[in-house]
Design a protein. Structure first.
Lengths: 429, 297
């Protein structure tokens, strides 16, 4: 170890300064763009590869990627908003997106359309979904729907055959209760996750009951009867032995990490997620996955919707929107890049990209496409964007539902408590 | 005045890195948060002055605020005394002049270095999981352990145990305090036929009182501020059923999950006042039980 004297210190800092001064013009040549997304290992791998392809093709733009798990993504984004240093390009989901637009954190893309941003081959429905008050804000990078993913090996061992004893695109909660218990009987693994504390399934159920999550005036839609019936339905499946024990499901309430899902950990044979997550979940498993819709009531009213899974958006902190939108445009149009992205973020909303992907689909991607074909005509229309405060209502649901899972309080009592709190949250938001 | 500055300039110059840091990085944000606590502020839009509304809402309507108070006070009241008793016990055992005492001291201090870290909280979650180490051991002796983390009856206890496990720093301070007690007192007591219990309460406790008081205040403040363990083990939201909704976890949720920075700032100030109040109470009661050797009695 050499001793740091005053002279060597001054000399070293001097050369650092000189280097910094000389290095500057070289850096200034390429526009630096930061792209931030929430992901999983599979998505991160693909996205970083795509960034490299883009940087290779565009020497004047240098994109760098940043990624976090979903749970921490919005926390970090919030602090970046406050600090005025949001990345140029961020990923957004249907729902929170509208709060960011309302607050001005995301800026309209209309000025760049037809110049640096090409949306000429995008599906009109995808463009509409990213448009608010006549301005285009959000570029859809894939369509999505609710999907139940099941372990085909466990289903087979229990003699549950899709298309014969089980219709993946139209089965009732009663049927689920029966075959979930049968799977537990045959394999020792409960047939399904317990969705008592799963707001996604609850939102489906509300649609299946012919109601809406939010009324036109923004007030909360579900009634006491619907909430009670939902929890009673899952209680029945739980009591029949088809789910893991209540306390175990309680421990998973609000968890978003794919590696902890029942079908991955082997604690259940079926897990309920978004269709685009199929690729990520399969990547964590040995057994082959099957795809199904969420269960339905006997009336078979549609409850799931098809919606953009994710968008890329331009933030108000972007210093170089031209370069940022050039990157965004390539992200949805460049066939080399979209080939790498595949269906991992959902079914692409650009027709040419879809056609190019078709011949080279992997098995699990082909399953996603098949799922999308099969659910056509069985889904509900996309509701208007949820009001602000909806995220908190969701968390409140997941928190209070734990009472039901643990049998701490009666279902009617928890249901009325939840509805009272939901109304209060919406009134305060 | 000028003379004062000339005389003390060097001192302030040497202090300046700390002073600049304090004024820029501590005082600034503290004052900003005081201002924000009187506003509605969602980060994206500029803050909007709403007077005392945040404080009114907190005390009148916010059920989760009261739940957070309950959880935090339960944690402080149970974990702090237990931790101090445990630390004192270990310190007394180590004070017996064992060989290689340095090793033991380091060994017992180790959990406190690791204690606040995320890794230990994750490890804790693994230990207390339903199929974790603790339940596996219980199963060996034929017991079916509960869902330690998912059942609100037990979840807080896992964190209390975690807190007690981090007894290292009060232990070291106790150890130093024990060393300062003159041995003649014990010898004199032995001549008068005092047993170990008598010696403990008649000599050790009174002479150690200033050290106990110091540890009590320090640990109490730390327990009120406790965050990372509860955050990790509760999945960031105080689950299950808000049984791990520590004040700091609630504050974090309001600030970063629901973007109510104004309200969260108000919560932070209430926490500060609570800590200040309890520290003041501790100092006030100390008159009656803490005696310093150099005081005239």
């Amino acid at each position: 170890m050499s001793r740091l004297t005053r002279r060597t210190f001054l000399g070293a800092s001097g050369s650092v300064l000189a280097l910094a001064a000389m290095g500057r013009p070289a850096f200034a040549q390429a526009a630096e763009i930061r792209h931030f997304w929430w992901g999983n290992p599979e998505r991160d791998k693909r996205t970083f590869e795509v960034i490299e392809i883009f940087n290779g093709k565009n020497p004047d733009i240098k994109v760098s990627g940043e990624t976090l798990g979903f749970a921490d993504y919005f926390t970090k984004l919030t602090t970046q908003i406050a600090g005025g240093n949001m990345p140029d390009v961020i990923q957004q989901g249907y729902g929170v997106l509208f709060e960011y637009i309302a607050n001005g954190a995301i800026v309209p893309l209309d000025d760049y359309v037809g110049k640096s941003l090409d949306i000429s081959r995008m599906d009109q429905s995808a463009i509409d979904a990213g448009t608010v008050d006549g301005k285009f804000y959000a570029l859809s990078i894939g369509a999505n729907s609710h999907m139940a993913m099941y372990n085909t090996r466990l289903f087979e061992e229990a003699g549950i055959v899709p298309g014969e004893t089980f219709d993946p695109y139209g089965y009732t909660y009663d049927e689920l209760s029966e075959f979930a218990a049968a799977i537990k009987e045959a394999t020792g693994v409960p047939g399904t996750d317990d969705n008592t504390a799963d707001y996604q399934n609850f939102s489906d159920f509300v649609g299946q009951k012919g109601a809406m999550l939010y009324n036109e005036d923004g007030s909360y839609g579900p009634t006491q009867e619907i909430v009670e019936e939902y929890w009673a339905t899952w209680e029945k499946i739980r009591n029949a032995g088809g789910t893991p024990p209540g306390p175990e499901s309680a421990g998973l309430s609000g968890v978003s990490d794919l590696a902890l899902m029942g079908v991955v950990t082997g604690k259940s044979a079926m897990t309920y997620l978004w269709s685009n997550q199929l690729v990520g979940v399969q990547g964590l498993m040995q057994d082959k996955l099957g795809a199904a819709m969420y269960p339905n009531t006997a009336e078979m009213l549609p409850g799931s919707v098809v919606q953009p899974s994710q968008f890329v958006c331009l933030t108000r902190d972007s210093a170089n929107p031209e370069a940022a939108t050039t990157y965004m445009s390539a992200f949805v149009n460049d066939l080399d890049m979209t080939a790498v992205l595949g269906l991992e973020r959902g079914i692409p909303s650009q027709s040419e990209v879809r056609a190019a992907l078709q011949p080279n689909l992997t098995e699990v991607e082909a399953l996603s496409v098949e799922f999308f074909d099969k659910i056509q005509g069985k889904t509900a229309t996309l509701p208007p964007p949820p009001p602000s405060g909806s995220g908190e209502v969701e968390q409140t649901f997941e928190r209070l539902a734990v009472n039901v899972l643990l049998g701490e309080r009666s279902i009617p009592e928890v249901a009325s408590d939840f509805l009272a709190q939901a109304q209060a949250i919406l009134a305060r938001a | 005045m000028q003379k004062f500055f000339r005389r003390n300039f060097a001192g302030y110059a040497f202090l300046s890195p700390w002073l600049i840091g304090f004024f820029l990085l501590a005082i600034g944000p503290i004052l900003a948060s005081l201002y924000l606590s009187f506003t509605k502020y969602n980060v994206v839009r500029p803050p909007q002055w709403i007077g005392l509304d945040n404080y009114f809402y907190m005390f009148q309507f916010d059920q989760r605020f009261w739940k957070a108070m309950q959880v935090t006070f339960t944690f402080v009241v149970i974990s702090v005394p237990l931790k101090l008793i445990f630390a004192l016990g270990v310190a007394m055992a180590l004070d017996k002049g064992i060989r290689a005492i340095g090793w033991y001291r380091a060994l017992f201090y180790l959990p406190s270095i690791l204690g606040g870290s995320i890794a230990v909280a994750i490890l804790w979650r693994q230990l207390f999981n339903y199929d974790g180490v603790i339940n596996s051991i219980l199963r060996l002796v034929g017991l079916d352990g509960p869902y330690w983390l998912a059942d609100p009856k037990y979840s807080l206890w896992t964190l209390i145990v975690l807190a007690i496990w981090q007894f290292g720093s009060p232990m070291l301070i106790f150890l130093a305090g024990l060393r300062a007690i003159p041995q003649e007192l014990y010898e004199a007591a032995e001549i008068d036929a005092a047993g170990p219990i008598k010696k403990f309460f008649a000599i050790t406790v009174p002479l150690l009182a200033p050290v106990i008081f110091f540890n009590l205040v320090l640990q109490m403040i730390e327990a009120f501020k406790s965050f990372s363990g509860a955050f990790i083990i509760s999945g960031g939201a105080g689950a299950p059923l808000d049984s791990l909704l520590f004040f700091t976890v609630y504050l974090y949720n309001e600030a970063f999950s629901f973007l109510r920075m104004g309200y969260a700032s108000a919560l932070a100030w209430v926490l500060l006042l609570i800590i200040a109040l309890f520290t003041a109470i501790a100092f006030w009661t100390s008159k009656y039980w803490v005696h310093y050797e150099n005081e005239r009695g």
